[in-house]
Each structure stands twice: as structure tokens, then as C-alpha cells.
Write a protein that binds this ligand. Structure first.
Ligand SMILES: [Zn+2]
Length: 191
């Protein structure tokens, strides 16, 4: 006789992402660092703007540690007797660092279910070593039997026996789940 694992009635709730087959996850991080350097030459102040791209920041978050150079520009600003010495870099040339996280789209083959729920705790017994434990402790394992890949998701956590017990998860239709969810909703008090 398989052990029946019941759906925890109180845990039934509507899945806010029901029916969706696209999930959004934070993806790759791109950090862009712009560094301005300058030096005085006979012809004027030579400024260099270097752009680096990478994905890791130094612990003080002030610098890229794995940056590689992706762009370099040079601009010469001539000396002007009336102006500042050395002349400042172009106004839009500033040291900066920016972090960008792209959003990754994951497409799954099966759309998300309409209802979410958890299963209740229940003890199961290993048919080999006779130890008892909650079903959540069952382990999974896979291996090869000749040329076939074999798999078990009811491996005993104590003795390691495969298919150590039989369990059967309760299944309810969307209609039944909806009815349970309705009962879970707090009732409004009558005046
Ligand atoms: Zn066992």
C-alpha cells in the first residue's frame, strides 16, 4: 500500500504567474568604467579617455578588477593664456563607473500551473531497513543499468536502498483547488 501524501489545504493559493511560460531572471552584469588621464605636452594638455568593460568590482567598488579596454580617445586642449592652467578636460569627460544588469528570459515548455500548494508532512517507512522518516528526506539518485539510465526519487536516506517505499502524491483538479482556496480566504465579518 503506497503512503498517500496529502495536499496541505491551507497552502493552496492562486499562482500570480499562472499560464506564463516565460520567466525573467537577472542575467549578466556588465560594468563600464571610464577613466580620464591627462598630461601636459608642448602642444597642449593631452587628455585620454579609456573605457573598460568587465563584470567584477574591487572590494571598495571603485574599480573594475577584470576590465578590458574597449575604447580609447585622445583630445588635445591647447593652452590659453587667459584661461586655467592646465586647461580642464572636455566637460563630458569624467571618471565614472556604471553597473548594468541585463534581464534574462527563460522559456519553459510547460506553462506555470494555476494553483500553488505544498504537501503535508508524513512519515514513510523503508521496506529494506525499516527506518521511518518524513518523506521530504527521500533522496534521488541515478545510474546506469547496462545501457539504460535509471533513476529513483525514493532513495532511503538511511540505508541508500532505491525505491525504498511507495508514495503517492494527492492530485486535485483546478476546480477542486479553487474551491479549497475560497475556503481559505478570511471571511468578512457581518455588521
Ligand atoms: Zn532503508
Amino acid at each position: 500500500m503506497p503512503t498517500k501524501i496529502k495536499i496541505n489545504r491551507k497552502s493552496v493559493k492562486k499562482n500570480p504567474n499562472a499560464g506564463q511560460s516565460v520567466h525573467h531572471l537577472p542575467g549578466r552584469i556588465t560594468i563600464t568604467q571610464v577613466m580620464i588621464t591627462g598630461e601636459c605636452t608642448d602642444g597642449g594638455a593631452v587628455y585620454r579617455k579609456r573605457t573598460y568593460i568587465g563584470s567584477k568590482l574591487s572590494p571598495d567598488k571603485q574599480q573594475l578588477v577584470d576590465g578590458h579596454l574597449v575604447g580609447e580617445e585622445t583630445r588635445t586642449i591647447e593652452y590659453n593664456n587667459a584661461g586655467q592652467f592646465p586647461p580642464p578636460p572636455p566637460p563630458d569627460w569624467k571618471d565614472s563607473i556604471s553597473v548594468n544588469t541585463s534581464i534574462q528570459e527563460i522559456h519553459s515548455l510547460t506553462p506555470q500551473p494555476n494553483w500553488l500548494y505544498e504537501y503535508e508532512d508524513a512519515e514513510v517507512e523503508c521496506s529494506i531497513c525499516r527506518s521511518e522518516f518524513p518523506w521530504e528526506k527521500l533522496e534521488s539518485d541515478y545510474g546506469w543499468d547496462a545501457d539504460d539510465e535509471i533513476y529513483s526519487n525514493s532513495v532511503c536516506p538511511e540505508c541508500g536502498a532505491w525505491e525504498c517505499c511507495e508514495i503517492e502524491f494527492e492530485k486535485l483538479s483546478d476546480k477542486e483547488l479553487e474551491a479549497i482556496a475560497k475556503l481559505n480566504k478570511p471571511k468578512r465579518r457581518k455588521k
